[in-house]
Ligand binder design. Structure first.
Ligand SMILES: CC[C@@H](C(=O)O)C(=O)SCCNC(=O)CCNC(=O)[C@H](O)C(C)(C)COP(=O)(O)OP(=O)(O)OC[C@H]1O[C@@H](n2cnc3c(N)ncnc32)[C@H](O)[C@@H]1OP(=O)(O)O
Ligand SMILES: [Co+2]
Length: 134
């Protein structure tokens, strides 16, 4: 079911500072910020060639990463995103096996314009997993 690692996401308190650090201190190829109000975050993608790093900061009052940053004020690893060929089939299989799909359980369009879901971190060893249909 899961395929490539599409991205590793790092929640940061200040996206501009984090993007500059990746660009200037790590010499990384850093994309432009993308405000995604429907997801409550602004993101920047760092392309590493074999995968991406998604730097994200809260956007708006109800950001789903606000509580995470309260607990981790300097930032931290937030989620990993795996690619799947068929998100509906993945939802059916995971639900049948008792995994919790976050939100209303339905796919939403993610930063790449493709459908994504999130699995509860408590069901996968304390790791928030995002699945993206590619
Ligand atoms: C840009 C679009 C898209 C893309 O295309 O890439 C994105 O990546 S959007 C990214 C932001 N959106 C999301 O993360 C949506 C899914 N996340 C959520 O719904 C929430 O973050 C959450 C997972 C339900 C947690 O919300 P929170 O307010 O922190 O709830 P709790 O405090 O009740 O947390 C429950 C429990 O889970 C632990 N937790 C929280 N976040 C994480 C995490 N990132 N990794 C691991 N564990 C996490 C939290 O500590 C609580 O544990 P206990 O304290 O032990 O109960
Ligand atoms: Co993501």
């Amino acid at each position: 079911m899961i395929g490539r690692l599409n991205h590793i996401a790092i929640a940061v308190p200040d996206l501009a500072v984090a993007a500059a650090k990746y660009r200037d201190q790590l010499g990384a190829s850093v994309g432009a910020p993308q405000a995604l109000p429907e997801h409550g975050v602004t993101v920047v993608f760092v392309d590493t060639g074999n995968t991406k790093v998604e730097l994200l900061e809260p956007l708006g009052e109800a950001s789903p990463i606000a509580a995470f940053l309260e607990k981790n004020p300097a930032g931290g690893m937030h989620h990993v995103c795996f690619e799947v060929p068929d998100l509906s089939a993945a939802i059916a299989r995971l639900t049948a096996e008792g995994a919790r799909i976050l939100g209303d359980g339905k796919p939403r369009i993610g930063a790449h314009g493709r459908p994504v879901i999130f699995l509860h971190p408590k069901d996968f060893f304390g790791t928030l997993i995002e699945l993206e249909e590619v």
